[in-house]
Design a protein around this ligand. Structure first.
Ligand SMILES: *Cc1c(COP(=O)(O)O)cnc(C)c1O
Length: 347
């Protein structure tokens, strides 16, 4: 039987055997009453990992960002965020659909940052014509910008600017542990000056479901109300929290392996005729690569690799994405490279 090598996303990761056991053994209660001991344990652990007072389990990264944005902002208020950010591009416009929040995009640089001067220029003055700027959102690692990791210094600089102007900072840290591992810093340092943070348990950390948001006790108490509004009050959520605890305890350090695999994939792709990749920009587990010529289209490449059991994501005309994760070994990278060479180099 042909093995499937699924490089479309790290969301395809399946729970580890330890996670499945943890699900079976989880001590449970009703979390809407605050009585699920396993959820409480996860939330305490997550808050510690992020160096924040409190944390709350949510169903997904999208729900986490939305709950944070709805908690920070009232209707008609404005959020500054990157034009390539996940929240702007891929969260179904939830902030405006559900919160009446106005999105003000600032150009993302290839490394996932926004220039400080661009952010500063986007912050509104007090004038009745303008919406009120309430929040700045950062994304770390930056999904669309090569999975780049934002440094603690950059995040601190944005937060200092925000504070000076009376604006808050939310950090979409769906893959914050990838950033921490890539930069060799503690995740706490990456979020120390953010007012709220969301991160995913269900991507590289391989848990089956769930994200966590973190912030001050006051913020999280308010966000619990927001989550309830969104239908996100879950009952015996310990079945979700238990593998989440395993994820935080056992799955962070191994992300380095995913980064090494991604880097090698990018380095070798750069040497395949008709493909171009930028290994220097491949800091974490996301590899973007382009078709240089017109002979093979992105659709054709995806189809041809699919026939060989390898799944990639086409993310634009001539642009493809491969994401490494817990289910991908170094041998899988070699098989993928062999298949890419075969498709690109045979006529
Ligand atoms: C995946 C992702 C999300 C959303 O997470 P879901 O669990 O898919 O809703 C948010 N932000 C970033 C940067 C992501 O990559």
């Amino acid at each position: 039987m042909m093995k499937t090598i699924d490089l479309r996303s790290d969301t395809v990761t399946l729970p580890t055997p330890t996670m499945r056991e943890a699900i079976c053994r989880a001590e449970l209660g009703d979390d809407v009453f605050g009585e699920d001991p396993t959820t409480n344990r996860l939330e305490k652990l997550a808050a510690e990992c992020m160096g924040k007072e409190a944390a709350m389990l949510v169903a997904s990264g999208t729900m986490g960002n939305l709950a944070c944005l709805l908690t920070h902002c009232r209707r008609g208020e404005e959020v500054i965020l990157g034009d390539q950010s996940h929240t702007f591009l891929y969260e179904a416009g939830g902030m405006s659909a559900l919160g009446g929040i106005h999105a003000h995009t600032v150009r993302n640089q290839p490394d996932g940052t926004m220039r400080l001067e661009d952010i500063e220029a986007a912050i509104r003055g007090s004038d009745v014509h303008f919406p009120r700027t309430r929040l700045i959102c950062l994304e770390n690692t930056h999904n669309r910008c090569n999975g780049s990791a934002l440094t603690p210094e950059y995040t601190d600089a944005v937060a200092a600017l925000a504070r000076k102007r009376g604006v808050r900072v939310h950090l979409d840290g769906a893959r914050i542990f990838n950033a921490a591992v890539a930069l060799g810093v503690d995740a706490k340092e990456l979020v120390r000056n953010a007012d709220s943070v969301s991160f995913c348990l269900s991507k590289g950390l391989s848990a089956p479901v769930g994200s966590v948001i973190c912030g001050s006790s006051e913020f999280i108490a308010e966000a619990r109300r927001t989550r309830k509004v969104l239908g996100g009050g879950m009952r015996q959520s310990g079945v979700i929290a238990a593998p989440g605890i395993t994820a935080l305890e056992q799955m962070v350090a191994r992300l380095a392996e995913d980064h090494a695999n991604a880097r090698r994939l990018a380095e070798r792709i750069a040497h395949i005729r008709g493909l171009s990749a930028d290994p220097e920009r491949t800091q974490t587990n996301i590899v973007y690569f382009e078709l240089a010529g017109k002979r093979v289209t992105a659709e054709k490449l995806v189809t041809q690799l699919g026939k060989r059991g390898i799944k990639l994501l086409r993310v634009g005309p001539g642009l493809l994405r491969a994401v490494t994760h817990y289910g991908i070994s170094a041998d899988d990278i070699d098989s993928t490279l062999a298949a890419l060479r075969e498709v690109m180099e045979t006529r």
